[in-house]
Design a binder for this molecule. Structure first.
Ligand code: G4P
Length: 535
């Protein structure tokens, strides 16, 4: 395939993730995007399938009981000549690390905000990750059909709390009971809102001029006056939207809409495909870059998930393609292990269905059956690629909650060890072993407490192992390195513990900063280093 043909495929890819505080409407918006992308024909199908899956998978039962979404899937659909890859992220705050890894595979993100609530705690955390990674960000202010906060106030909050210079691409006429439509600033047209019952199908939209006299009859005088004043203010505020400033992270486009009624979804999608970046060059560990239209295949594993589908009970590694063309049976080299693997069982995953995948390009995500050969962060590349082709490692978040876990029944020990190993491989928990060899009673480390509950639940439902989990008082894990003295001779405060991580490296667990300070004083020849990424 020529560079030019590859370039054309890359140029039409849009790979993004939606981030939001739970309940802002992520599931709803996802479903509406699929509806407008023609991937489903009647909204409600995805949630119906989700319910069906809930019946067959115990893990899903936990999700339902707790009202959380903890799995992530990849949804691909065509729209306006583009191929959209929507990477779903878990909604619950305890799964921020999973979201972080997914954002590494995204080229842009949509931050969803509830118009009545504004910026919420989880929005802030996820926004911080996007800013750190300089991901172009779109803001979707949702639920305008409900009583909402003043949109000018919401923009002000975006600026004050997140430091976002916002550019409203459209502007609402009224809200709640008096919501009548949105004005698209670029086309200078007003899209009239018609209340529909849960927007199962695409909404018919009537478009008119903002100065249309009929509008006066649609709203009361004060709503109309507010609308006009706000528009005058915005138009007086400066230059038209420039996508370059968005790509540089200087200005962030904001859309106001109502996902549940489908209102503003098409407007958003049209602008999104125009403004969002196609896959760009990716940085290598050694400092070089890989161009998305480069001929040699490269990609990295950003997620591993075992037992996604109870009917298959296998492990799937999700690979974000960074360059070249993926074709079935491609043989690649794993940069970490140096081994070569033939990718014969590649799939495209769509919600809970999977189909065999023939070709894919930069920006796409391939699901690979993973019999334990891939790990999170692995670089896969064409066998002809040079040794320098390795993407940056994906750092683990510093765990903040710890617990010992043991199998309740010695007969299930083997399944227990397998389950623990697979959960660790997924990055669902970090597993530490006692420093002194003895009975196998691993220590689990997690960022969010709910991860412990999910690990226990999954061990039982997927591996048939009942376990006892005992919480430990530690809050801090530090890698320990010595200047040659044996780590075993280290003096550990009585309320701390020495363990080893999956690579055999020493890790000290502390209850507090104070206890860490003591360890530092007592062991001047040792160094204590924090884990890679901050939660
Ligand atoms: P999440 O994935 O971010 O957690 O949110 P989800 O889409 O599940 O939406 C949370 C609730 O907000 C749902 O109501 C959903 O219908 C509602 N919602 C989403 N978008 C809009 C919107 O634009 N306008 C209004 N008025 N509501 C919206 P629910 O009562 O929990 O569920 P349901 O019975 O409506 O399905």
């Amino acid at each position: 395939m020529t560079n030019c043909a590859l370039g054309a495929e890359v140029a039409r890819r849009r790979t993004f993730a939606i981030i939001s505080h739970p309940d802002a409407g992520k599931t709803t918006l996802t479903e509406k995007l699929l509806l407008y992308g023609g991937a489903i024909h009647v909204a409600g199908q995805v949630s119906a399938r989700k319910r069906q899956r809930e019946v067959t998978s115990d893990w899903m039962t936990l999700e339902r009981e707790r009202g959380i979404s903890i799995t992530s899937t990849v949804l691909q659909f065509p729209y306006a000549g583009c191929v959209i890859n929507l990477l779903d992220t878990p909604g619950h705050q305890d799964f921020g690390e999973d979201t972080y890894r997914t954002l590494l595979a995204a080229d842009s993100a949509v931050m969803l905000i509830d118009a009545a609530k504004g910026v919420e705690p989880q929005t802030k955390k996820l926004f911080a990750i996007c800013r750190e990674r300089a991901i172009p960000l779109f803001t979707f202010i949702n639920k305008l059909d409900r009583p909402s906060r003043d949109p000018l106030d919401l923009l002000d909050e975006l600026e004050r709390v997140l430091g976002i210079r916002a550019y409203p691409v459209n502007w609402p006429l009224g809200n709640g009971e008096r919501f009548r439509g949105v004005y698209d600033r670029a086309s200078r047209r007003l899209h009239l809102f018609e209340r529909s019952a849960h927007g199962a199908t695409r909404a018919a939209v009537e478009v008119t001029d903002a100065r249309d006299e009929r509008l006066r009859a649609l709203v009361d005088d004060s709503t109309y006056a507010q609308f006009r004043d706000a528009l005058d203010l915005l138009e007086g505020a400066g230059a038209p939207f420039d996508p370059q400033t968005m790509l540089r992270g200087e200005v962030r486009p904001v859309f106001l809409a109502s996902a549940v009624t489908n209102f503003g979804v098409a407007l958003f999608l049209d602008d999104f495909v125009r403004m969002a970046p196609a896959p760009g060059p990716q940085r290598l560990r050694g400092g070089g870059i890989v161009r998305p239209d480069g001929e040699l295949f490269t990609g990295f594993v950003f997620k591993i998930q075992a037992n996604m589908d109870p009917r298959h009970r296998d492990r799937v590694a999700f690979v974000r393609i960074c360059s070249g063309r993926f074709a079935r049976d491609l043989t690649v080299r794993n940069a970490r292990s140096g081994s070569t693997v033939r990718l014969s069982r590649a799939m495209r995953l769509f919600a809970d269905t999977r189909e065999s995948l023939e070709t894919a390009y930069a920006g796409d995500v391939v699901g690979l059956a993973n019999p334990g050969v891939f790990a999170i962060g692995d670089t896969l590349c064409d066998t002809a690629a040079g040794a320098e082709v390795a993407f940056p490692k994906i750092p683990a978040f510093a765990p903040e909650h710890f617990a010992t876990i043991r199998s309740a029944d010695t007969a299930t020990y083997k399944a227990f060890a397998k389950g623990i190993a697979q959960l660790s491989e997924e990055g669902a928990v970090q597993v530490f072993e006692p420093w002194q060899p003895g009975a196998y009673e691993p220590v689990l480390g997690v960022v969010g407490e709910l991860q412990l509950e999910v690990a226990k639940y999954r061990l039982e439902s997927e591996y048939g192992v009942r376990t006892f989990v005992s919480k430990l008082p530690y809050t801090l894990a530090m890698h320990v390195a010595s200047d040659g003295r044996a780590i075993a001779s280290m003096e550990v405060p009585s309320n701390a513990r020495l363990v080893r991580d999956g690579e055999g490296k020493a890790v000290a667990l502390f209850e507090s900063e104070w206890s860490l300070r003591l360890a530092r004083e007592w062991n001047p020849s040792m160094s204590f280093a924090a884990f890679g990424a901050a939660a």
